[in-house]
Design a protein around this ligand. Structure first.
Ligand SMILES: [Zn+2]
Length: 108
């Protein structure tokens, strides 16, 4: 992913609108790229600060800590999504094998 693409995704990341695939690529990029991580940090801090002023929604004012928690939660959700997808495809393989075995034992 190029910086221009990652920077376009920052708003959607903060609003939690990225798909798992986009999120994985975005996280990989910002963890490797200091420039994009700095921009994410600035945008995230501004967004949360305005949100706090507008709604009083957050009790936390350590925006750096909030961003780290958000990145950690995003990494965890990408990982869980991958595990679930692998389990689902493993289950499909088992069902297909059971079906093939069932058909085979029915006819032979
Ligand atoms: Zn970048």
């Amino acid at each position: 992913m190029k910086c221009v693409e990652a920077k376009r995704m920052i708003t959607r990341f903060v609003n939690r609108e990225l798909s798992y695939r986009e999120l994985e690529q975005f996280l990989y990029h910002v963890e490797q790229c200091r420039d994009c991580m700095d921009e994410l940090d600035i945008y995230f801090t501004m967004y949360r600060a305005f949100d706090t002023l507008d709604t009083g929604a957050h009790q936390e004012y350590d925006f750096k800590k909030m961003l780290n928690e958000e990145l950690h939660a995003a990494r965890r959700s990408v990982f869980l999504h991958k595990v679930l997808m692998a389990a689902a495809s493993g289950l499909l393989v088992c069902l297909a094998l059971a079906l093939i075995f069932g058909i085979y034992s029915f006819f032979f």
